[in-house]
Design a protein around this ligand. Structure first.
Ligand SMILES: [Zn+2]
Length: 289
């Protein structure tokens, strides 16, 4: 970019930033962990980015959407209970605002799942052996849904590195009502997604801990045994690093993660004791499918 054009652009960005600040930027406090969060984007805009990212992933020609009821039904059943619990939680406002959708992606080699702002959830079949049963899947979905409900993507976008890209994206989105704007890699990355389908960028350690902690509680409130969270991480550890996944590439070591989960277990068990129990069926095995 030529030097003389820099200044007007910066003024546009500043004006946009002021607009975004007026529209809903805030220094929020997480209602469960009391961690303070700087968020410079209105939730409505963040939801729109989430919807665009989801559409982009699903239209990728490499993505195969599973129509197999043996794969789709348990995922939908667990997601429905997690969403219902979220609507009763301290995130009720966001959980009721989201237009939830759940997709199962047929990819046995990818041990991943994600949930985007706006409530769009995708589960790769490769996560089934790690989750093993519906309670394990509930722990994974609880974790992912908390990334979205606790606005971790917006928080990342609000951090300096991607602010410029986001504001350029916001510029395009505002001009086009946000429908046709192409997703930019910075936005995808802030939401935890790579442009290459199946790759998730790691959230920060603080975000991972918060998603583990509150996700386990939401899953327990949905009627799933929180002990299963520990078992999921143990299975992840045993599976090793054959495929990069969010779970294997984030900062907290498995040992730290499991210790933290055990420290949070008593409150999750209290939640579980008060919940109506969910079915505890095993997920389908992948062999020969
Ligand atoms: Zn995570």
């Amino acid at each position: 970019m030529a030097r003389e054009t820099t200044r007007p652009h910066r003024n546009v960005f500043l004006a946009l930033l002021m607009g975004l600040l007026a529209a809903g930027a805030s220094c929020a406090t997480n209602p469960y962990t009391e961690r303070s969060q700087l968020i410079l984007l209105p939730a409505s805009y963040e939801d729109k980015l989430g919807d665009q990212a989801y559409a982009q992933v699903l239209k990728d020609p490499k993505v195969r959407i599973s129509q197999d009821p043996q794969e789709v039904d348990p995922v939908k059943r667990v997601a429905a209970r997690i969403i219902a619990a979220a609507k009763q939680s301290k995130y009720a406002e966001a959980a009721n605002r989201f237009h939830w959708d759940v997709t199962v992606i047929k990819d046995d080699k990818t041990a991943n799942a994600f949930a985007l702002p706006g409530g769009k959830i995708a589960v790769y079949t490769g996560i089934f052996p790690m989750a093993k049963n519906e309670a394990g899947l509930a722990m994974v979905l609880g974790h992912e849904v908390i990334h979205a409900l606790a606005r971790h993507g917006a928080e990342r976008m609000s951090q300096g590195m991607v602010t410029d890209i986001v504001l350029k994206g916001a510029d395009v989105a505002l001009q086009t009502q946000g429908v046709a704007a192409p997703m930019r890699s910075g936005v995808m990355q802030a939401l935890g997604l790579g442009t290459q389908v199946g790759v998730l960028f790691p959230f920060s350690r603080a975000h991972e801990s918060e998603a583990d902690h509150v996700g386990m509680r939401i899953a327990a409130q949905a009627g799933y045994d929180p002990h299963e969270a520990v078992h999921v991480w143990e299975r992840m550890q045993q599976a090793g690093g054959a495929q990069p996944s969010e779970y294997l590439s984030t900062h907290p070591s498995h040992g730290t993660r499991i210790k933290q989960l055990e420290a949070w277990m008593p409150e999750a068990l209290t939640d579980y004791a008060q919940a109506s129990r969910a079915p505890a069926a095993n997920l389908p095995t992948l062999q020969g499918r």
